[in-house]
Write a protein that binds this ligand. Structure first.
Ligand SMILES: [Cu+2]
Length: 210
């Protein structure tokens, strides 16, 4: 039965229906607003830009160096346009005329939906707060609370569901906890951190920028 319910949770984890949300990115001066966004696979991005700005996908290396060479990905024309992102990855893009001024942004696409929603039925049993800062480099702070004493774990998974870090696994008394997380070996991208205690599970997304 335990394995069975675990499989159901895994199924929910990976197969929640796509919502197809539209996210708008605008600009204020030489800044994309927001300049870092996390969306679900299949979501739409509506770039609504002033006429002197465009958005061209580039490689991470090009992005890092404020370059403008397209990587063959999306190319939103001056004034804006719509893109639908179909790969689970972090997209890097720049405004070609203003990349030299640092006008650039990232869009991280995850296949997971509703990750900020708890799937447990008594939300007050455990509370997992959004990490801060997020995105982060090199470290971030994760706070959580457990209403009852018990065996508790806080683990980090990549977006394919592999455990990549175990931040805590022990008996905790009821209370509030804060952990500073400084991943040494993880590459840039989205990760999921999962709190489990007394049979309750809560998870949230975080983004590492190396
Ligand atoms: Cu621009």
């Amino acid at each position: 039965m335990k394995i069975y319910s675990g499989l159901i949770i895994l199924y929910l984890f990976f197969h929640l229906p796509l919502t197809g949300t539209t996210h708008t990115i605008t600009n204020s001066g030489f800044n994309f607003i927001p300049n870092a966004i996390t969306i679900n696979l299949g979501d739409t991005i509506n770039f609504s830009l002033k006429s002197m700005h465009n958005a061209v996908e580039v490689s991470q290396a090009t992005w890092n160096s404020n370059g403008t060479t397209s990587n063959g990905g999306f190319q939103v024309p001056f004034g804006g346009g719509i893109v639908v992102l179909t790969e689970v990855k972090t997209y890097y893009y720049v405004c070609v005329p203003h990349a030299g001024f640092g006008m650039k942004g990232t869009i991280t696409v995850t296949s997971l939906t509703d990750m900020n929603e708890s799937i447990e039925t008594s939300p007050k049993q455990i509370i997992l707060h959004q990490n801060y800062p997020n995105p982060f480099n090199p470290s971030t702070t994760i706070s959580f609370a457990v209403a009852r004493s018990g065996h508790t774990s806080l683990k980090v998974f990549n977006i394919t569901g592999q455990e990549v870090d175990n931040l805590l696994e022990k008996f905790l008394t009821a209370g509030n906890y804060t952990i500073t997380y400084n991943p040494q070996t993880l590459s840039s991208g989205m990760y999921i951190y999962v709190l489990q205690s007394n049979g309750y599970t809560q998870r949230r997304k975080m983004v590492i920028i190396q």
